[in-house]
Design a protein around this ligand. Structure first.
Ligand SMILES: C[S@@+](CC[C@H](N)C(=O)[O-])C[C@H]1O[C@@H](n2cnc3c(N)ncnc32)[C@H](O)[C@@H]1O
Length: 483
């Protein structure tokens, strides 16, 4: 049996925490779960771990008297001088009652605080920050992402867990005047950093100021409904032709977006169609479905699925819905190829992860004789090894779609942050930052997976989550809607 050197949990208790999303209805409960995972009372020496915590006094008191957390010492700014060794560090930037400071000040204070305690943090120990993105006066300010990207230069960004805040008092109480796409303000990021051999703390300052994002542009006023900030879908098992594709998304998920962002008869588009899930979802809802796909093999599957869909239901006898998926490199799409579109929803290759030996699922797929990657084409952006080059190419493709999308209309991209060879590449955040130079960044929503088995990565040694959340990033093309 593997000895657990990381915490005092049994393997059965270890696994559920590894899921990359969780729901909570009290901050105390959330912190207890984290403290139990990230601290260890040493069985031999009986040494009690020291936990630095910056949170509301009431919460700290509750934690200090909780039976589950016996033998843990809680250290605050007030009694910091008592210790020179910190085993775990927590900053709660969610709600500090009576201290409604401006967000910018809170972030600067956090950087100062980390600078001043960093020498006490034990090598390879973790720092947890709880923080929300913000939607304020029509502007989406991704504070959590910006902070994470800044801190990543000083500490290793190890992981993230997406929390759904079920506390009543915290749901967005904003008066009903939502003229633009928005979600419930209930997503909390648990960001996990580690002090390790890569850490350096010189000149710590905010390197990704929020103004970087293009938030000043006028929003088109068309939607007046809130969209879910997260959803769990239970797709039916994939059919024979669909399973051939290594990374397909479920039609039911895409239907919820299409219903929200379009009307019947609108044109829906996907530049990387794969098996045609976007188009099948659009057709089911009486929308026209267009797109491109590089691989001839998958392009045929996609077109066949669309054809079957249009033959299947009587809906299509009444409505004149069209579909067309062209075999084409998405970077070469021109305005002349398709009619102007009302909504784009798509998911790109998650960098070159399918080419990584030992990547999730690869071994199982190989055993079943299924395809391991999309293609060997050099134009397939899933074959680009260099991260920056991959991002550049993808952004080039998405910028190229700008002319195809009608003004004021929306564009959703489904992606994941990526862990590769022990490093964290915040693909979703990097992509948002780049795309927001041309499109207006809207609040994020999540697709949570709840039907996957959890693998005990890092058991007994370190924290590595199973990434079961996908970012559904939504952007709007600036300008007024013309029907
Ligand atoms: C994540 S998959 C899309 C899966 C699709 N959403 C589905 O549900 O079937 C990404 C797709 O992008 C395609 N692709 C990669 N590079 C491309 C390019 N330059 N132009 C068009 N398609 C490309 C791949 O062949 C792959 O099918």
């Amino acid at each position: 049996m593997v000895k657990n050197r990381f915490n005092n949990l049994t393997s059965k208790q270890w696994l559920p925490f590894q899921k990359s999303w969780y729901k909570f209805d009290s901050i105390t409960e959330l912190l207890i779960k984290n403290i139990l995972f990230f601290t260890k009372v040493d069985d031999e020496t009986n040494r009690s771990p020291n936990i630095f915590i910056d949170a509301d006094d009431k919460v700290i008191k509750q934690l200090a008297k909780d039976e589950l957390l016996m033998n843990r010492n809680f250290i605050t700014k007030k009694n910091l001088e008592k210790t020179d060794k910190l085993d775990f560090v927590i900053f709660n930037l969610l709600d500090i009652p009576g201290q409604k400071r401006e967000a910018d000040k809170i972030i600067h204070q956090l950087l100062d605080d980390i600078s001043s305690i960093q020498s006490k943090i034990i090598h390879r120990k973790f720092i947890l920050i709880l923080i929300k993105n913000e939607f304020n006066k029509g502007k989406f300010i991704p504070r959590a992402w910006e902070l994470a990207k800044t801190l990543q230069q000083y500490l290793s960004l190890k992981d993230e867990k997406i929390g759904v805040d079920l506390r009543e008092e915290n749901l967005n109480q904003e008066k009903q005047k939502p003229n633009y796409y928005k979600t419930k303000n209930d997503i909390v990021y648990s960001l996990y950093f580690r002090k390790d051999e890569r850490s350096k703390f010189d000149g710590m300052s905010l390197k990704h100021p929020f103004s970087y994002y293009n938030t000043k542009q006028e929003r088109a006023k068309i939607f007046n409904r809130k969209f879910a900030s997260w959803q769990i879908v239970k797709p039916p098992p994939r059919k024979k032709d669909e399973i051939l594709h290594p990374a397909k998304y479920p039609e039911v998920l895409i239907q919820s977006f299409i219903e929200h962002f379009t009307d019947e008869g609108d044109n829906v588009f996907d530049p990387m169609s794969g098996t045609g899930s976007t188009q099948v979802a659009a057709l089911k809802l009486g929308r026209n479905a267009f797109g491109t796909e590089l691989s001839e093999f998958f392009g045929k599957i996609a077109n066949d699925r669309c054809k079957k869909e249009t033959e299947k239901t009587s809906l299509f006898e009444k409505k004149d819905v069209k579909f067309s998926i062209k075999i084409k490199d998405a970077v070469k799409i021109s305005k002349k190829d398709f009619q102007p579109v009302d909504y784009i929803i798509t998911s790109p290759p998650y960098w070159d992860m399918l080419n990584m030996k030992g990547a999730e699922n690869q071994a199982k797929r190989k055993a079943k004789g299924l395809l391991l990657n999309y293609s060997d084409s050099k134009d397939d952006i899933g074959n680009i090894e260099d991260y920056d080059q991959f991002l550049n190419e993808l952004v080039r493709i998405y910028f190229n779609l700008f002319d195809l999308l009608k003004p004021g209309k929306y564009f959703t991209v489904i992606v994941k942050n990526i862990k590769k060879k022990g490093s964290n590449y915040p693909f979703a955040w990097d992509l948002s930052e780049r795309l927001s130079k041309k499109y207006i960044l809207c609040p994020e929503s999540f697709w949570f997976q709840d039907d996957q088995s959890i693998a005990p990565y890092g058991y007994g040694n370190t924290w590595v989550s199973n990434t079961f959340h996908h970012y559904c990033l939504t952007f709007q093309k600036p300008g007024s809607v013309v029907k």
